[in-house]
Unconditional design. Sequence first.
Length: 211
Amino acid sequence: LPAGFQSIMYSLSNMLIQASVNRFGTDTVASWVVLGKVDGINWMILGALGIASMTFVGQNYGAGRLDRIQKSLKLSLLIGVCISIVFGGALLLFGWPLFGLFTSDDTVLAMSMQLLWYFAPFYWLFVPIEIISGALRGMGDTLIPTIITATGICVFRVAWIYTVVPLHNSMFTVSLSYPISWVLTAIAFAIYYMIARKKLIANAPKPRTAE
C-alpha cells in the first residue's frame, strides 16, 4: 500500500510538471522528452541500488547481523555517489551525440543540453534517498520512508510549480525544483534514519547460534 501511494504521488506530480513544461512551447516539450529518455538510465541504476540495499539489509536484519547493515549502507552510498558523478559527467561530455539519437533538430538538441546542465551535476544528491529508504524498508519500516518521499519529492514539487514558477516563469525555475527537492528529502531521510536506527536495531531478531 505505501509503495502504491508513492507511485500515485509521483504520477500526479510528474503530470503537473509536464503541464507546466507544455506552456513553454513545442521545442521545450521535445527537449524535455529527449532528456527523459537519456537521463532515465541514471534513475534505473539508482533504483537498482536502492533495491539491492533493501534486499541486503533485509537479509542481514532478519539474520541479526546488524554489524553488516551500517557497513553496507556506507558502501552503497559511496558506490551510488561515485556512479552518479561519473554518469552525470559522461552525459555532460557526450550528451549531444546521445540526444542526437532521438532528434536531429539543433534547437531541441541545444535546449536538451541546457536542461541537462540543470540536472546532471546534482544526480548524486538523490543517492541517499534511494539507499537510505531501501535500508529502512529492508528493516521493515515502510510507512515513514513513503511519507518522506511523497512529501519531499512530490508535494514539494507541486507546491513549487504553483507558487515559485509563476513568479519566475522559466524552465530553469521548473528544473530547479528537482535538485532542491532532492536536497530536502535526502536531509529528511538522514535525520530520520539517525532517529529510527536505534529503535529498529533494538527490535531486530537476535543472531542465531549453532545448536
